[in-house]
Design a protein around this ligand. Structure first.
Ligand code: ATP
Ligand code: MG
Length: 427
């Protein structure tokens, strides 16, 4: 019978990759903690209606990427394609937004039925950050300054660039949209297929087209900038001044629009050139209308999401993961014979007490001295602890460096921990 395999575009993250994931997740969390952000955890399934109403009917996500199914009672449910809608739903439902400001973050899997390729999967993971109750550009700036700090802590600062834009209020976007449609209608036949379709449904997304001919047509098109309302302009100017003052470099990209309907005013993307086509590692913006749109009191909000698969790929491609995050044990304890096994288990426990932060792997499953030493070596440990018959009889233990030519040493049982500490600290 054919073996059952994972679903296309949904990846297993295997043991030799998880060290990198944990390294990234730890760094992200450290940075978020240092800015006082609180974690929130939402379910991965929501009412389909939540995404329809927030992301927008005519977006790619809602039109063709959602995993939607009927619950047993007939309710239409959807695996979350992103986290903002669920975060707003949860925060509103539990009264977290009433007369207060909030800085929240979450992480977990998202689901979109896209064509799988490098950096694009059907189950992928995001860290999302959402800030509520703050309408000024200062919080927009904080998000970007915080992300820049994360890139520095990961060694990615030189490999990412920030693009920002303002897409104004719904009113100014509507006027621009009308002008854009009027202009582009004259070129309908010259547009790429996606853009042709979007002309009637979601014309702003045409600005995003990767098609060179479409981009050429856009060169003479009306500019969003000319339609921006005064308030959005002032907000954007202040944001730029704050970023300049903080030494954050950016490019103003007047064609930057996001694929989700709820954004307004500030939008931004962090992009890398080291991953090919899937170069956006973090994207977000302001969505002042969403809370009200979902039934809450009008609440300004701004946030972003970063794609963890793309960041892991980037760290691997650029070889930026330090060796110390290998996930290998530090010490491998071997034992020959029944009495030795008892002593090995006791010694391993003691080493875990005395060497906090070090990983001690105890050999299980018996076998010859030779085969145990082979396993010790393969484990990646720095030192093997050997408990043979001789050692058990004389109350000693042999410590053998595995990654250097330093000689092995037989010591009293009680001296094992201090000596191992010394060896490992000296590495
Ligand atoms: P893209 O233009 O790459 O399709 P998007 O605009 O659809 O991205 P967002 O919805 O803003 O992306 O999601 C934020 C981030 O999540 C993206 O910048 C990317 O890093 C990541 N991401 C989005 N979709 C996927 C996917 N299918 N696989 C892996 N990562 C993804
Ligand atoms: Mg997309």
């Amino acid at each position: 019978m054919a073996k059952i395999q994972a679903i296309r575009g949904m990846n297993d993250i295997l043991p030799d990759q998880t060290a990198t994931w944990q390294y990234l997740e730890d760094k992200v969390r450290q940075v978020l903690d240092s800015y006082g952000y609180d974690q929130i955890r939402m379910p991965v399934v929501e009412q389909t209606e939540l995404f329809r109403r927030s992301i927008g009917e005519v977006t790619d996500i809602v039109e063709k990427e959602m995993y939607t199914f009927a619950d047993r009672n007939g309710d239409s449910l959807t695996l979350r394609p992103e986290g903002t809608a669920g975060c707003v739903r949860a925060a509103e439902e539990h009264g977290l937004l009433f007369n207060q400001t909030r800085r929240l973050w979450y992480t977990g899997p998202m689901f979109r039925h896209e064509r799988p390729q490098k950096g694009r999967y059907r189950q992928f993971h995001q860290v999302g950050v959402e800030c509520f109750g703050m309408d000024g550009p200062d919080i927009d700036a904080e998000l970007l300054i915080m992300t820049a700090r994360l890139w520095r802590s990961l060694g990615l600062a030189e490999h990412t660039r920030l693009e920002i834009n303002s897409i104004g209020t719904p009113g100014s976007r509507q006027s621009f949209r009308d002008a854009l449609v009027t202009y582009l209608s004259d070129y309908r036949d010259d547009l790429d297929e996606d853009s042709k379709r979007r002309l009637d449904t979601n014309p702003l997304r045409i600005l995003d087209s990767k098609n060179p001919e479409t981009q050429q047509i856009l060169d003479q098109a009306p500019k969003l900038d000319d339609f921006l309302d005064e308030e959005s302009k002032a907000h954007f100017e202040s944001l730029r001044a704050l970023l300049d003052a903080a030494g954050i470099e950016y490019i103003v990209n007047p064609r930057l629009v996001r694929g989700l309907d709820y954004y307004g005013k500030t939008v931004f993307e962090w992009i890398t050139d080291s991953l090919g086509a899937q170069g956006t590692v973090c994207a977000g913006g302001r969505y002042d209308g969403l809370v009200e749109q979902l039934g809450g009191k009008s609440t300004p909000a701004v946030g972003f999401a970063m794609g963890l698969e793309r960041l892991v790929l980037l760290l691997e491609t650029l070889e930026l993961v330090p060796d110390s995050v290998s996930g290998n044990p530090d010490i491998y304890v071997t034992a020959m014979g029944e009495t030795a096994v008892k002593a090995a288990i006791a010694l391993s426990e003691k080493l875990r007490d005395d060497l906090p932060g070090r990983a001690v792997m105890t050999h299980c499953g018996g076998g010859s001295f030779k085969s145990q030493m082979k396993k010790a070596d393969r484990s990646g440990a720095s030192v093997a602890v050997i408990l043979g018959e001789n050692e058990v009889n004389s109350g000693t233990v042999t410590l053998k460096p595995l990654r250097s030519s330093a000689p092995q040493q037989e010591v009293e049982m009680a001296e094992a921990a201090p000596l191992l500490t010394q060896w490992l600290d000296a590495q």
